[in-house]
Design a protein around this ligand. Structure first.
Ligand code: PMP
Length: 419
C-alpha cells in the first residue's frame, strides 16, 4: 500500500467525526484534472496558470537581495494582521490605475485574493443566504460559497457582462421566495471563465440597482491590468466607496507563489476583516509582502506587466485563430485581456462526459459545469490560453476539434435515426 492509500484509509476512520460542512469539500473538476494534465504529452488548456517564466529569474534574485539587505529581519518576523503599511501604500498606486482613491487604513492584505473571498464569506454568509453571481462564475469562489452553505443564484451574462435587467429580476425572484441576499459577486474584467468585461455603460446601472436594494458588491479583479489593447473601464469601487468591496491580487501581474492579495473595504467591514485575518493566520506572509514591496519600488513593474500583456495577447490570438481554423462554427467569446475563452458546443454535447475522450487525444480543458452552482453549463467549456506556447495552443485546439467534430457527427447520426 502506498502512502496516499494508507492516508486515505486512515481518513475513512474519521468520517463520522467530520463537521457537516466538511461534506461541502469535494475535489473540484479543475483539481481532479491536475494529475492527468501534468503529463508532458498532454496539451493542457485547463488550469488557469500564469506564465511565470515571462518574469526574468535575475529580477527576482535582485529583488530578494535588495529586500534582504534592507528589511531582512522584518521579513523573517510576524507582522501586522492588516499587512505591511509600506506595501499597502504601494497598492494604493496600483488601484489608482483603475480610478480608485483609497486610504492605506482601508486596505487589508490577504493570502491571495482567494483567502480574501473566504474571509468575507465567513463574515457574511449563513446557511441558505443568497449570493448573486454571473453565469458562469469563478469556480474557486463557488467552492467557497458552497462551503459556507450559501445558495448561488446565477444571473444572465452576455458579451457586455452581467445584465442589469436580469439582475433586477433575480433580486425580485429571491425576495419573493423570502430569501436573504448577502452580496453580488462579480469578476468585472476578463472574467474567469468567460473572458467577458463588464461594460462602462452597465457599471453605474449595476451599482444603482445594488444601492437601491441594499446589496453589497464584491468586485474581484485579478486580471484588470492584463488588457491587450485599451485599459478597462474604471473599477466599480471608484464609483461607490460604501457599497463595494474590492479584491485585488499579485498572482497574475507578478507571481502567484508569494500568495499575496488584498481587499479594500469600507471601514466597518475592514475592521472585522482584520480580526478575521488575525484569527485565521495571525498575519499575512511578511516575506512575500516585502518581496513584492521591494519589487514595486525598484523594478520596472509596469514594463513587466506590458511584457505579460504581449505574451497573453499572442496566445489569445493563437487560440482564436485555431478556433477559426478548426472549429469555425462554434460560438466563442473574444477576450480583450486575461487568460480565458468560453466556448459553446452544439446543444446535446456534454463537455464533462467528453473530457476523458479529449484527454485520450492528449488535450485537456475545463468543463462548463464547474462554473455553475446549479449543474448547468453542460455544453460549455473553458479554454485557458495563458500557459501553453502558441504552437501548443494550436495543436491542442486541433486535437480538441477532432473530439468535438466526432461527437457532433455521432449526435447528428443518432438524431437522424431517432426522427
Ligand atoms: N479570483 C479569480 C477570478 C481568480 O481567477 C483567481 C485565481 N485563479 C482568484 C480570485 C484567486 O487568486 P489568488 O488567490 O492567487 O490571488
Amino acid at each position: 500500500m502506498n502512502d496516499s492509500e494508507q492516508q486515505g484509509n486512515n481518513l475513512d476512520h474519521w468520517l463520522d467525526a467530520y463537521a457537516d460542512r466538511a461534506q461541502t469539500l469535494a475535489v473540484s473538476e479543475v483539481r481532479a484534472l491536475f494529475s492527468v494534465v501534468s503529463r508532458p504529452e498532454v496539451v493542457s488548456l485547463a488550469g488557469g496558470m500564469p506564465f511565470v517564466s515571462a518574469l526574468p529569474q535575475e529580477l527576482l534574485q535582485q529583488t530578494y537581495e535588495g529586500m534582504m539587505s534592507k528589511r531582512g529581519a522584518l521579513a523573517m518576523q510576524y507582522g501586522s494582521g492588516q499587512g505591511d503599511p509600506v506595501l499597502r501604500d504601494q497598492i494604493r498606486d496600483l488601484m489608482a490605475l483603475e480610478g480608485i482613491t483609497s486610504s492605506i487604513e482601508d486596505i487589508v492584505i490577504t493570502t491571495g485574493s482567494q483567502h480574501g473571498l473566504d474571509l468575507l464569506s465567513g463574515l457574511f454568509l449563513d446557511l441558505g443566504d443568497v449570493v448573486l453571481a454571473e453565469g458562469p462564475s469563478y469556480v474557486g469562489a463557488l467552492g467557497i460559497f458552497n462551503h459556507y452553505e450559501a445558495h448561488v443564484e446565477h444571473v444572465y451574462t452576455d458579451d457586455a457582462g452581467i445584465s442589469p435587467e436580469a439582475l433586477s429580476e433575480a433580486i425580485d425572484r429571491m425576495k419573493a421566495q423570502g430569501r436573504k441576499i448577502k452580496f453580488l459577486y462579480l469578476v468585472t474584467n476578463f472574467a474567469n471563465p468567460s473572458g467577458v468585461t463588464l461594460s462602462a455603460e452597465r457599471r453605474p446601472q449595476i451599482l444603482e440597482i445594488c444601492r437601491r436594494e441594499h446589496i453589497l458588491v464584491l468586485e474581484d479583479n485579478p486580471y484588470g491590468l492584463l488588457y491587450f489593447d485599451k485599459p478597462v473601464p474604471d473599477a466599480l469601487r471608484s464609483m461607490d466607496e460604501e457599497g463595494v468591496i474590492y479584491l485585488g491580487s499579485f498572482s497574475k501581474i507578478l507571481v502567484p507563489g508569494f500568495r499575496v492579495g488584498y481587499v479594500l473595504a469600507p471601514p466597518a467591514i475592514r475592521d472585522k476583516l482584520v480580526l478575521a485575518n488575525e484569527s485565521a493566520i495571525l498575519c499575512p506572509t511578511s516575506f512575500g509582502q516585502m518581496m513584492i514591496s521591494e519589487y514595486l519600488s525598484t523594478a520596472d513593474w509596469q514594463g513587466q506587466i506590458d511584457t505579460f500583456r504581449g505574451v497573453y495577447r499572442e496566445r489569445r490570438d493563437a487560440a482564436l485563430s485555431a478556433m477559426q481554423e478548426y472549429l469555425p462554427k462554434l460560438e466563442t467569446t473574444r477576450p480583450d485581456g486575461g487568460f480565458y475563452l468560453w466556448v459553446t458546443l452544439p446543444e446535446g454535447i456534454d463537455s464533462k462526459a467528453m473530457l476523458p475522450l479529449a484527454v485520450k487525444e492528449l488535450v485537456a480543458y475545463t468543463p462548463g459545469t464547474a462554473f455553475y452552482g446549479d449543474g448547468t453549463g453542460q455544453n460549455k467549456l473553458r479554454i485557458c490560453y495563458s500557459y501553453p506556447t502558441p504552437e501548443n495552443i494550436n495543436v491542442g485546439i486541433k486535437r480538441l476539434a477532432n473530439v468535438i467534430n466526432l461527437q457532433t457527427e455521432l449526435l447528428e447520426t443518432f438524431s437522424k435515426k431517432g426522427s
